[in-house]
Design a protein around this ligand. Structure first.
Ligand SMILES: C[S@@+](CC[C@H](N)C(=O)[O-])C[C@H]1O[C@@H](n2cnc3c(N)ncnc32)[C@H](O)[C@@H]1O
Length: 356
């Protein structure tokens, strides 16, 4: 990769081993022995929520919820994360060498079998809708100036050449079917349209979609879908060779659910390339860039991918301006492609893809 600092092919460091002791065992059982705490864990199955959001979902006062969250965090069942002025909670990652790993997995599995009560389900839907509208309103209002604001985070020219290098390294066939979610003004879409047989551009902002359409004018291999990743499944379920999210996931209300939609789109052996901000604390991006999330920890992305059946393949980090850092993460949907696809003479991927 070019002038940017990169650390290619980094595999996450193994977690330190966590021994079993009677205090941890007791904490775990204590945390699980409460209806509200179990309901909180159920809600956190797929997404992270802020404390106030959880209060709304569970219809409980903040002081009472804080106590429950403390107990869950002490038992290492949830993990807090600061997002600007708010604290968000997600389910904790379970390290394989945690002596309580099996118990925790069994607890999560049991919790996931619980029905979400109708009142909570209604609030959940409303909340996700509100998050989506926040992001959508931003892009519909700021299509003109978003590039300028984004410039405070990335120097697009340098970053683009790195993306092109990564794309070349994937070794996809010229006949490949590729989806880009959130193409924005369409610079990367242009690279995809130049290289691959069939490209689908999906954006939930009509204004942004028009901008990307103008950028790739002249290419007749691009189909435009006004909507979200799930809306592309009507065209390409189980057939995509590559799905790309370039600085989009932090605008999406339900990133974990989006990974599941991608898994539906991909064919066996298909790839998901996520280019995304690393977790940061610069709250101003919410109002200036329409961000819903202040980046993501790599473990978060990996966990969502794994629970959608996608395997981590490679990662690379780019150092950028104003303290922001971008991570590129590549995931693969495991499986065997059909006989005809696998032996297509145009398909160079099996030989060209690099693994770690
Ligand atoms: C920050 S821009 C990134 C644009 C482009 N990929 C880039 O890196 O320059 C985010 C884009 O994602 C789109 N977007 C946001 N939420 C989306 C969603 N849920 N589904 C599809 N597109 C979305 C926005 O409309 C916008 O075009």
């Amino acid at each position: 990769m070019t002038s940017l600092q990169t650390s290619v092919l980094a595999t996450p460091a193994p977690a330190p081993s966590v021994a079993l002791d009677v205090a941890r065992l007791a904490q775990l059982h204590k945390a699980l022995a409460d209806t509200l705490r179990l309901q909180s864990l159920r809600l956190l199955k797929n997404e992270s929520f802020g404390v106030l959001e959880l209060c709304r979902l569970l219809d409980i006062r903040q002081s009472a919820l804080s106590h429950h969250l403390k107990v869950l965090a002490k038992a290492e069942l949830v993990a807090p994360r600061r997002e600007g002025n708010s604290i968000f909670y997600r389910r904790a990652f379970i390290a394989d060498d945690d002596a309580l790993a099996e118990l925790k997995r069994a607890a999560f599995e049991a919790v996931d079998g619980l029905e979400i009560p109708p009142a909570q389900a209604l609030q959940l839907e409303a909340l996700q809708q509100e998050r989506s509208e926040l992001s959508l309103t931003f892009f519909n209002k700021n299509a003109e100036q978003f590039r300028e604001n984004q410039g405070m985070i990335v120097e697009r020219d340098k970053y683009d050449s790195s993306l092109v290098d990564v794309l070349e390294g994937l070794g996809l066939a010229p006949t490949a079917k590729v989806v880009e979610v959130g193409p924005g003004e369409g610079q990367f879409l242009l690279e995809l349209a130049r290289r691959y047989g069939e490209v689908i551009a999906v954006d939930n902002s009509a204004d942004m979609l028009e901008r990307s359409r103008a950028t790739v004018a002249g290419y007749d291999n691009v189909t435009f879908v006004h909507g979200e990743a799930a809306d592309a499944t009507a065209l390409l379920a189980g057939q995509a060779d590559l799905v790309v999210f370039d600085m989009v996931l932090h605008h999406i209300a339900t990133p974990a659910a989006t990974f599941r939609d991608v898994a539906e789109l991909l064919q066996p052996n298909g790839l998901l390339l996520v280019i995304e901000l690393c977790s940061h604390d610069q709250d101003w991006v919410r109002s200036s860039c329409g961000d819903l999330w202040l980046g993501f920890e790599e473990g978060e992305l990996d966990q969502w991918a794994a629970s959608s059946g996608l395997q981590f393949e490679q990662s690379s980090n780019l150092a950028l301006r104003n303290g922001f850092q971008i991570q590129m993460r590549l995931f693969r949907k495991p499986g065997v492609r059909s006989f005809i696809d696998a032996f297509s003479p145009h398909d160079q991927r099996a030989n060209a893809t690099t693994h770690n």
